[in-house]
Ligand binder design. Structure first.
Ligand SMILES: *[C@@H]1O[C@H](CO)[C@@H](O)[C@H](O)[C@H]1NC(C)=O
Ligand SMILES: *[C@@H]1O[C@H](CO)[C@@H](O)[C@H](O)[C@H]1NC(C)=O
Length: 357
């Protein structure tokens, strides 16, 4: 597939000398209190999926992994060869997250409905192995898992949500979900309950704060985080979308090395850059999609923002207007760099209690 530039800012052409200059400029600018307007470049890098989610930049394979949630697929985009690979996990229709396992290039923890499982994938074939191990995480009938991520110690965090309302598509039963962590011995701890749609997670650089999004709160929250025990305390709202008159439903998020959050907004075409210390909106980046679902920094310098989107339950008119709703987009020239994805520790392997099926 050819790269295509979809939303180039006028007058900004993409070639390496320009990018290098812009990066240097961005560093100089960021050292000063006043900010020049940013010129983002947005390009589409994959075909349009139905519901792209859970991007994870895997440095060992220099690839972005992500899911197409209801299609039951895991995907890989490899920037150097500009290639896209997609594999079905046969028999599963809700594959909600993908996190590579530490030191195992072809093993992944995936969300499978309400359970976690481990699949083997070479990153190229169109199917994975059947799940080798599987463990039920959320026992509430109708619930399924949603986004998940490993913290700096490799402890896996995964949240859940209620089912979609049969008579109200796109809306979900509230307050039935939870946030869990999977500990080094394979045991699972419920960390938060009364969650509606568990979504974005990020940790501050010093690992003392956990940022969290329960979509139906239309806000980003911060908890004091104890990385040794995994305890979350003193939750408070640090950015309220409604109070800030920002449209959309907060979904996935990532953090950059300056400690700012990049928050994807479902039911909108933008991603927000938020300073969580001051609670201010710094920037908005527009994408040619109706549903922006999540983001992760990647690329060799970790300065490329990969944004997943969806084209879920769109009308034909919407699909015609934004045909690439559902693709992954690469945003460059943000002036920000992020952190590579943290792989999950191999404690999810069978000797440590993840049950075989
Ligand atoms: C998957 O790949 C195999 C060969 O490796 C091919 O025969 C098959 O048609 C492919 N299936 C799909 C759905 O592309
Ligand atoms: C659940 O959370 C909502 C806010 O999202 C709150 O209004 C409600 O009181 C909470 N319920 C319980 C049982 O904590």
């Amino acid at each position: 597939m050819r790269k295509s530039n979809i939303n180039n800012n006028k007058g900004f052409s993409v070639f390496w000398p320009t990018l290098i200059c812009s990066c240097l400029l961005a560093e100089i600018i960021s050292a000063k209190p006043t900010k020049a307007p940013q010129q983002y470049n947005v390009e589409r890098v994959t075909p349009a999926l139905e519901l792209g989610e859970g991007p994870h930049w895997h440095s060992p394979t220099r690839s972005l992994y992500f899911v197409d949630l209801h299609q039951g697929k895991i995907n890989r985009y490899h920037p150097e060869s500009n290639s896209f690979f997609s594999a079905s996990i046969e028999g599963y229709s809700d594959v909600t997250l993908i996190v590579p396992i530490e030191n195992k290039a072809d093993m992944f923890v995936v969300g499978l409905g309400p359970s976690l499982g481990i699949v083997q994938w070479d990153g190229r074939s169109n199917t994975t192995s059947q799940p080798k191990y599987k463990k039920l995480v959320d026992e509430t009938p109708g619930n399924r898992l949603n986004d998940g991520k490993a913290d700096a110690t490799g402890r896996l965090w995964v949240g859940s949500m209620g089912s979609e309302m049969a008579d109200n598509p796109g809306h979900y039963h509230k307050h039935l979900g939870s946030l869990y962590s999977v500990e080094p011995d394979g045991s699972i701890n419920k960390r938060l309950s009364n969650v509606s749609i568990s979504n974005g997670m990020a940790w501050s650089m010093d690992n003392k704060v956990f940022y969290y999004i329960d979509t139906y709160k239309f806000a980003v929250e911060a908890y004091d985080f104890d990385i040794t025990t995994g305890d979350l305390t003193n939750g408070k709202v640090i950015f309220d979308l409604v109070a800030n008159k920002v449209a959309g439903d907060p979904d996935g998020m990532t953090i950059d090395k300056n400690g700012n959050l990049w928050v994807a907004c479902f039911n909108s075409n933008h991603i927000l850059k938020i300073d969580p210390i001051t609670g201010t909106l710094l920037t908005t980046v527009q994408l040619p999609a109706y549903q922006v679902t999540s983001a992760a920094f990647g690329g060799p310098e970790l300065d490329e923002l990969y944004v997943t989107t969806a084209g879920y339950q769109l009308t034909e008119a919407q699909k015609a207007k934004r045909p690439y709703s559902g693709a992954v987009f690469r945003v460059t020239n943000t002036g920000s760099t992020g952190l590579e994805g943290v792989p999950a520790k191999a404690h999810l392997c069978p000797e440590n209690q993840l049950h075989t099926i």
